[in-house]
Design a protein around this ligand. Structure first.
Ligand SMILES: *Cc1c(COP(=O)(O)O)cnc(C)c1O
Length: 454
């Protein structure tokens, strides 16, 4: 045991000494005790000391079927016995082909082509570049259409292109001199409606603003980028029913591509495989990542229609090629995991079983609304955001110095739950495979942790 303890202390020292953690104020982090994960099983994470925690945010929104899922482990090991990586640039590989066929089979109709990459950000970069280049060179394109529309409070990744269509000032304003311009439309954040209205009496006024922007800029805009149903990273902001469908109609009316960023909402999180299905919408381009490989390996895909794909055809010397390709694009191990993940969805009827859990979650979340520091409880499928406020009547937020979200998740950790807040919004997003018992424990701990902080 002594050896292990010595090892653990060394790991803690080395973590602080060598790693620069993402989205983390390291000045604070270095003062605190790090939590180092060693193992996982199902919805449970185990740290180096053997303490167990529920994985309340599915390892940052990626894990779908739980950890150490037998079928996924086997699929990767089997692929490993064949080959770990070979390039997709001018060559192909077996899992990449099989997965592309499978995902096209279940994606919203008309999305027929798969361009692989390795993160949500790259999937979005690819979507933006495709939408731009199409207009420049396709027969039915229009070279004047160079701009993008995106929403306030949107999040599409951390690379310069994806930040350019991002709308979270805290993350994005620092880089404004590096970004290309995108036209921002108001986001449907009903709890703090920009128009001072409330649903459904509002008649979706946020859409009139969007329509004005679209009609004014139709001849210079190639696409709108949107997170369908839920703006995740800004705090699980839910779009009212009918909103997405209307956006699709507006896109058709003004000849603007719809890029649906399903990186967060895809793979069952909303209760259906893809969020677009709730509104029977087919985007022109769809981005997938996070849950795609069951949360096992980095993989992403950008899906497009045949029409867009054909816009890149031409003689070699016309240079209409899409000159883009990340080194690990279509990695066989990751594609093998992704394929196995879809098979689990089918064989275990994951989405059917999920419905009762979503309903149970909904019931359990009712009581949270009575807490005097809870302003709003938002749920879409298994995705939940609980917005904490200093004053319920005025919706006044807590001062940032209070770090209210951070304090809640620390209380939760002490009680065996790992969650991560988005500012003052407590996010819950367990793996789809969570049991009702685990869901109850997750709710109990979250409730207690929220009620303890002011
Ligand atoms: C997380 C996220 C991304 C970025 O994905 P990365 O894999 O972190 O690059 C893009 N879009 C949405 C909607 C996301 O939630």
């Amino acid at each position: 045991m002594k050896v292990i303890e010595g090892r653990n202390q060394q790991l803690e020292i080395d973590d602080k000494k060598y790693i620069w953690h993402p989205f983390t104020q390291m000045q604070d982090y270095e003062k605190e005790e790090p939590l180092i994960i060693e193992k996982g099983n199902g919805c449970t994470l185990t740290d180096i000391y053997g303490n167990e925690y529920i994985d309340g945010v599915s390892s940052l929104w990626t894990n779908v079927h739980g950890h150490r899922k037998k079928e996924l482990d086997i699929a990767i090991k089997k692929q490993l016995d064949k080959i770990a990586h070979s390039t997709l640039l001018g060559l192909s590989n077996v899992p990449a082909i099989r997965y592309a066929k499978k995902i096209v089979g279940i994606a919203p109709k008309d999305l027929t082509r798969v361009f692989y990459s390795d993160s949500g950000s790259t999937a979005v970069e690819i979507a933006l570049k495709i939408a731009f280049q199409y207009q420049q060179q396709a027969e039915s394109g229009n070279p004047e259409k160079k701009k993008f529309i995106s929403l306030h409070n949107s999040y599409h990744g951390d690379t310069i292109g994806s930040i350019s269509v991002g709308g979270i000032d805290l993350f994005h304003s620092m880089y404004k001199h590096l970004l290309f311009e995108s036209i921002k439309a108001e986001s449907p954040y009903c709890y703090r409606c920009a128009f001072g209205k409330s649903y459904p009496g509002c008649n979706l006024e946020c859409l009139s603003g969007l329509e004005e922007i679209m009609s004014a800029h139709a001849n210079e805009v190639t696409a709108i980028v949107i997170e369908p149903l839920v703006q995740g990273a800004s705090g699980m902001l839910l779009q009212p029913p009918g909103y997405l469908k209307k956006v699709r109609e507006l896109c058709d009316r003004y000849n603007i591509f719809m890029i649906a960023d399903e990186v967060a909402v895809g793979f069952g999180k909303t209760g259906k495989m893809f969020a677009c299905e709730h509104e029977d919408v087919t985007p022109d381009i769809m981005t997938l990542a996070k849950g795609i490989s069951g949360g096992y390996l980095p993989l992403a895909a950008t899906l497009t229609t045949e029409k867009i794909y054909k816009g890149f055809w031409g003689k070699y010397e016309e240079f209409k090629t899409f000159f883009h390709g990340h080194t690990y694009t279509g990695n066989p191990l990751a594609c093998a995991a992704a394929l196995a993940s879809l098979e689990i969805f089918e064989e275990e009827k994951v989405l059917d079983k999920l419905q009762a859990k979503i309903e149970h979650f909904k019931q359990r979340l009712q009581s949270f609304k009575a807490l005097d520091n809870v302003g709003d409880v938002r749920q879409c499928g298994i995705m939940v955001g609980i917005e904490l406020v200093a004053d319920k009547d005025t919706k006044k937020p807590f001062p940032p110095g209070k770090r209210i979200g951070q304090r809640v998740i620390k209380e939760a950790r002490k009680r065996g739950l790992i969650i991560r807040p988005l500012g003052d919004v407590i996010v819950l997003m367990p793996p789809l495979s969570i049991s009702i018992d685990e869901l109850d424990r997750l709710c109990d701990i979250t409730y207690e942790s929220i009620s303890l902080v002011r």
